[in-house]
Design a protein around this ligand. Structure first.
Ligand code: MN
Length: 717
């Protein structure tokens, strides 16, 4: 059990001139009135106010707050009254303690009404003195930490749910993120134990697997910062289980797809150093441009400041990095409490005032809500700024994510209504399907029988249900198409060899083939051919391995055709796990042997090879990318495009062309441009065998007189 002297020591450390007498007196009084009471844990009751006071000392609160924390349960649970407290400890402490006290005397018709009224009281008191809510949060934190001593699982779940609904969002609104995360994680455990444990096990496994990787990232960050002479602290922090779970739910992801499981945090001394550090990191690892968020330049409404960037790290894995100053780090963790420590007393500085505005708004409006339910609803709207509340024509309320559209609304009613949705009226007016709904809207959905979801909808729907249902419809349709296409391709291939595929299916021969490729059903095997993941020839060779030997008559011609086809399709690329697959090269980045590459499975067209750092492949879905590498025996030529800047355009074309032909490389295409300043630009597409050869050609072109720059370019068509 924590001792009062530990708390006093902490207070003296951050506030040496404080009036410790009030803390001593509060402790003695609290010990006396709580004497004989026991917590469910079996500990003396006094342990609870001590722990709460300790949490406040960690938040560097003033002595009045610490005293109030020690006394926070005396009005509720002992014979002491507000007047007693006022007399002994002054009106400041008395106001806080009575603000923290739950309503008991009055009876309420329902539990909800009671809860709503208690909350209303707390919020009113909070508007007078924010310290009320800080004590309330610390109180809840300690109660959650000791929730395991509750006997009833039902009671545990109810308290945990209330924590998720009310206290964690309040902590978030006040910017006290360490409390928010701790509350959420504990509440997650008690409300959904199975899910919590599943995710916890996955996180622990990932921690083990990623240990070396994390060490590498850490070391390289350290090295880079040292090289740039930037003094900084680097921390690697794992996402909380509940945050991971929320992300999986809201973006419909599998655990493996949550790439920002760990975020690295760099803490520096000044703002310019933060930007310098970002530049250093971006020069080492390529940033994903749409993931750069500058909350230093544009702070969040709760005053959070930090730079967030996601880069492609050492192993091609995405790494999230947060960069901030010491002060920003303190505010990010403690939020309003950082502005409310002992120094400020009860004065609200301008920033804190802004942060405080939502509470004041709520209080000013509360008179309009006579009904506690209505008030609670209003608080909910305020605590969950990411949700909207809309109505069906019958007045039923639906909760949707912010910026949700009529399509989200339609799916929230029924999957069928979603799929057949062709129009919508919002408050009686026709709107486009991508229209953004607002709290209070009444929505009527227009449907057409036999209408189907559209892929475009995925660009604007916000709810998980709509996304999942639309995707599963598209997948089912794709599968259907892939199946019929695959069937046609296989039948054709078998007919060429005078074989009947369907007869082999009936005889059970194909079952073995499907099994051999790892499919449970023949339909899956066929669909994979249509999808481009397997070729009909692979199926044929597996089903009838000796087919070429048995062949008569036109055997030699067929063989030659196959051989020629094979030669033609031999691209010098090995796609992992697939030995006979149609491979094409992407036009967007023109990969060359030697470039790191990756494959993308296209529908019905085999695999397209991209350079690993191609921006298009980074944007595409991970499920369809497949590992690929160059085989060692590439003798083929591949197109590559280069751009040459010159200071003078006359007579150069011949010189450049002769360099290219020295390497026996063919020119596919050449184009010239002259800029207004008289700078000549040459664009060549040439055939090369590898990125090495291209580099050699480029370096020789650079040696040509009047050539100022040669670059490999990515075609932008
Ligand atoms: Mn308490």
């Amino acid at each position: 059990m924590i001792r009062i002297t530990d708390i006093v020591d902490k207070v003296v450390e951050y506030n040496p001139d404080s009036d410790l007498d009030i803390i001593d007196r509060a402790y003695i009084y609290s010990a006396r009135v709580h004497d004989g009471q026991v917590r469910l844990s079996g500990e003396p009751y006094l342990s609870h106010p001590l722990e709460v006071a300790d949490i406040l000392a960690d938040m560097r609160m003033d002595t009045e707050s610490i005293a109030a924390a020690l006394l926070h349960d005396v009005i509720e649970d002992t014979p002491a009254t507000k007047e007693d407290i006022q007399e002994m400890f002054g009106s400041g402490v008395a106001l806080i303690v009575s603000g923290v006290t739950k309503l008991s005397g009055i009876r309420f018709p329902t539990k909800i009404a009671h809860q709503a009224e208690s909350l209303r009281k707390m919020i009113l008191a909070m508007a007078d003195d924010i310290r009320v809510v800080l004590i309330k949060l610390a109180d809840r934190l300690h109660n959650m930490r000791t929730l395991k001593y509750h006997k009833s699982a039902q009671k545990q779940a109810a308290i945990a749910q209330e924590t998720l609904d009310i206290y964690a969002p309040i902590a978030a609104r006040l910017g006290i993120f360490w409390i928010k995360y701790e509350l959420e994680d504990m509440a997650f455990y008690y409300t959904q134990t199975d899910e919590y444990e599943r995710i916890d096990a996955l996180v622990n496994k990932a921690k083990e697997e990623k240990e070396i990787y994390i060490k590498t990232v850490n070391e390289r960050l350290h090295y880079k910062m040292e090289e740039m002479e930037l003094k900084c602290d680097i921390k690697g922090r794992y996402k909380q289980n509940y945050s991971i779970y929320q992300k999986m739910l809201s973006q419909d992801l599998e655990f493996e797809q949550v790439y920002d499981l760990i975020a690295f945090r760099l803490i520096l001394d000044s703002v310019p150093q933060c930007y310098a550090a970002m530049g250093g990191i971006h020069s080492m690892w390529k940033p994903i441009y749409y993931k750069i968020k500058d909350y230093i330049g544009n702070p969040k409404p709760n005053m959070y400041q930090s730079i967030h960037t996601t880069v492609v790290g050492p192993k091609g894995e995405r790494v999230e990095i947060q960069i901030r100053t010491n002060e920003m780090d303190m505010i990010a963790e403690s939020g309003i409490a950082a502005h409310w420590s002992y120094k400020e007393g009860t004065n609200i500085d301008e920033n804190t005032g802004e942060l405080f505005a939502w509470i004041r708004n709520l209080v000013e409006n509360q008179e309009n809500y006579k009904d506690p339910d209505e008030f609670l609803e209003n608080v909910r709207i305020d605590l969950y700024p990411d949700e909207i509340y809309v109505f069906t024509p019958f007045g039923d309320i639906k909760t949707l994510p912010k910026d949700a559209t009529p399509v989200d609304f339609a799916y929230s009613i029924h999957t069928e209504v979603g799929g057949e949705c062709t129009g919508a009226k919002v408050n009686g007016k026709l709107v486009p399907l991508a229209h953004k709904l607002r709290t209070g809207d009444t929505i009527e959905i227009l449907t057409t029988k036999g209408h189907h979801p559209s892929t475009d909808w995925l660009n604007f729907v916000k709810s998980v249900k709509a996304k999942t249902k639309i995707r599963s419809w598209i997948n089912a349709r794709e599968r259907e198409r892939s199946y019929s296409l695959g069937k046609e391709m296989i039948e054709k291939q078998f007919r060429k060899k005078n074989q009947n595929f369907n007869a082999l299916v009936k005889s059970g021969e194909i079952d073995k083939v499907a099994e051999g490729f790892g499919f449970k059903k023949i339909d899956d095997l066929i669909a994979h051919v249509g999808f481009g993941k397997l070729t009909p020839l692979q199926i044929l060779n597996r089903a009838l391995p000796d087919i070429d030997k048995q062949d008569t008559g036109d055997e030699s011609i067929l063989k030659r055709i196959i051989r020629r086809r094979k030669k033609k399709t031999s691209t010098g690329v090995i796609v992992k796990g697939l030995d006979d697959i149609l491979v094409k090269f992407s036009k967007c980045c023109n990969p060359l042997p030697g470039d790191p590459i990756t494959g993308y499975i296209t529908q019905g067209q085999g695999v397209t090879i991209h350079r690993k750092n191609c921006i298009n492949i980074m944007k595409m879905s991970n499920e369809r990318t497949i590992e690929a590498e160059w085989s060692n025996e590439f003798t083929e030529s591949y197109p590559a495009s280069i751009k040459i800047r010159t200071t003078d355009r006359f007579g150069l074309l011949a010189d450049i062309a002769s360099v290219i032909s020295k390497y026996k490389s063919n020119i596919l295409n050449a184009r010239t441009e002259t800029s207004e300043e008289g700078i000549g630009l040459f664009y060549f597409t040439i055939m090369v065998e590898s990125s090495d050869q291209l580099r050699r050609i480029m370096s020789d072109i650079r040696k040509v007189k009047k050539v100022s720059d040669v670059k490999r370019i990515v075609r932008t068509e």
